[in-house]
Design a protein around this ligand. Structure first.
Ligand code: SF4
Length: 368
C-alpha cells in the first residue's frame, strides 16, 4: 500500500473506470488496462501495484513510479466487546483526488465504524470532516465543518475496514452513510463514491445494502431521486412538529417538515424499497405519546419504516428515555400500521452509536 503525505504521484483511489482508462491512456498505455486496474483496485482490493498480477510487470513498475493508492492512516482503533471497531483515520493534506481547481484538501481526522454481524458486516462512513448542520443532539456538530471528503476518501474508509477484517469477512457488506457529515451537502463526491461502491465490477455492494442518511436537505433528496444508481434513503426526523424540530435541527427552518415530507412522498421508490425515518428519542423532549401520534400522522402516506433510537447517554445534555416510554411510543406507531423498530446502539462504549461520531482527536485537530 502506498503511503500518503507529500507524494506527488497521482492518487488513483476514488477514480472511476473511465478516469482510470483516461489516466492509462495519458501514459500511452492501452485504455482497456483501465478496466483491469479498476478491477484489481476495487474488486480484488489490491493496494500494492506489485500485487496486481492481472497487469503486465512493466506496467506495474511504471504505476509504482507514477501513481499511488493513498489509503488513510489509521490513527487509532477503539474496539468494543461486541466486535465494533471505531477507526480514527488521518486524511492526507492532499489526497491527490481533489477536483481540479479546488486546490489542496486540508488535513483532517475522520471516523469510520466497522460492525460485525452473523451474516454480514456493516460499515459506517463519514462524508465530511465535521459537519455544519448543527443538530443539537449530535457530537459531530460540535466540531463544525472542516471540509468535504473526496470520493476517494469516502471509498477508502470502506476499503480500510474491509482490509482490517479480510480474514473474517462475511459474504454481505452493508454500508451506511451515517458517520460525520451531511452526505447531501457533499453530493458529487458522495455519488462518485457510491458509483464505485455499488458497481458490480468494483466493490459490488448491493443498493439494497447501502443507506444514505440525511438531515433533510430537500434539494439533495430531489436530486438523488433522479439518479440511476442510488442507495436507500434514510431521513433523520427526530421531532413531531416544526416547533420542536427547529429546536434540535436548525436545518428545519430552511426545509420545514411539510417541504421535507412532500419530497418524501414524491420520492420514486423502487418496488423493493421504502424510506427509513430515524427518530432519536430524547427523554422528556420528543418521546411523549402525543409526539408518537403526530409522527404517525406525518408519515401516514409515505411507504416507510421508522427506527426509534433511544438517546445514548453521552457528552450532550439529554436524558435517556425510560424503557416504558419507548415501548409506549413504539406501540402507538405500530397501532397506526407503521413498520417500527427499536434500534440497539452497538458500540456505545466506543462512541460509535448514532450521533456519537465525534472525537477528542478531531476536536483537537480540526481547523474549523
Ligand atoms: Fe451533521 Fe448528521 Fe450530526 Fe446533524 S446528525 S450535525 S447532519 S453529522
Amino acid at each position: 500500500m502506498s503511503s500518503q503525505g507529500s507524494n506527488p504521484r497521482t492518487n488513483l483511489l476514488g477514480k472511476s473506470a473511465e478516469e482510470l482508462r483516461a489516466f492509462l491512456e495519458s501514459l500511452g498505455e492501452p485504455g482497456y488496462r483501465g478496466a483491469q486496474l479498476y478491477h484489481a483496485l476495487y474488486a480484488e482490493r489490491r493496494f500494492d501495484f506489485a500485487a496486481m498480477t492481472n497487469l503486465p510487470a512493466a506496467l506495474r513498475e511504471r504505476l509504482a513510479r507514477e501513481a499511488s493508492i493513498a489509503l488513510p492512516r489509521i490513527v487509532r482503533r477503539h474496539s468494543s466487546p461486541d466486535g465494533t471497531v471505531r477507526y480514527v483515520l488521518a486524511l492526507a493534506p492532499d489526497s491527490g483526488s481533489a477536483p481540479a481547481g479546488e486546490g489542496r484538501a486540508a488535513p483532517a481526522n475522520i471516523e469510520a465504524v466497522f460492525m460485525p454481524g452473523e451474516k454480514r458486516q456493516t460499515i459506517c462512513v463519514s462524508t465530511q470532516a465535521g459537519c455544519a448542520v448543527d443538530c443539537r443532539f449530535c457530537l459531530t456538530a460540535t466540531l463544525g465543518l472542516a471540509r468535504n471528503l473526496t470520493a476517494g476518501e469516502i471509498v477508502a474508509q470502506v476499503l480500510v475496514a474491509l482490509e482490517e477484517h479480510r480474514a473474517t469477512l462475511k459474504p454481505q457488506t452493508n454500508i451506511v452513510l451515517m458517520g460525520q457529515g451531511e452526505p447531501l451537502l457533499n453530493y458529487d463526491a458522495v455519488m462518485a463514491a457510491l458509483r464505485i461502491l455499488l458497481d458490480p465490477n468494483a466493490l459490488a455492494i448491493s443498493p439494497k445494502h447501502a443507506t444514505l442518511s440525511t438531515s433533510g436537505i430537500v434539494p439533495g433528496i430531489e436530486r438523488l431521486a433522479q439518479e440511476k444508481v442510488r442507495p436507500k434513503l434514510a431521513i433523520s426526523l427526530n421531532a413531531s412538529s416544526n416547533e420542536q424540530r427547529d429546536q434540535i435541527m436548525p436545518i428545519n427552518r430552511k426545509y420545514p417538515l411539510e417541504m421535507l415530507l412532500e419530497a418524501c412522498r414524491k420520492y420514486p421508490l423502487r418496488p423493493w424499497e421504502h424510506l427509513t425515518f430515524e427518530y432519536v428519542l430524547l427523554g422528556g423532549f420528543n418521546d411523549a405519546p402525543e409526539d408518537a401520534r403526530r409522527v404517525a400522522k406525518l408519515l401516514a402516506h409515505v411507504r416507510c419504516k421508522v427506527n426509534l433510537i433511544p438517546w445514548n447517554p453521552g457528552a450532550l445534555p439529554y436524558a435517556k428515555p425510560d424503557a416504558a416510554r419507548v415501548e409506549e411510543f413504539r406501540a402507538i406507531l405500530a397501532d397506526k400500521g407503521l413498520r417500527i423498530f427499536v434500534r440497539d446502539s452497538r458500540g456505545q462504549d466506543v462512541q460509535a452509536a448514532c450521533g456519537q461520531l465525534a472525537l477528542a482527536e478531531s476536536a483537537a485537530s480540526s481547523p474549523a
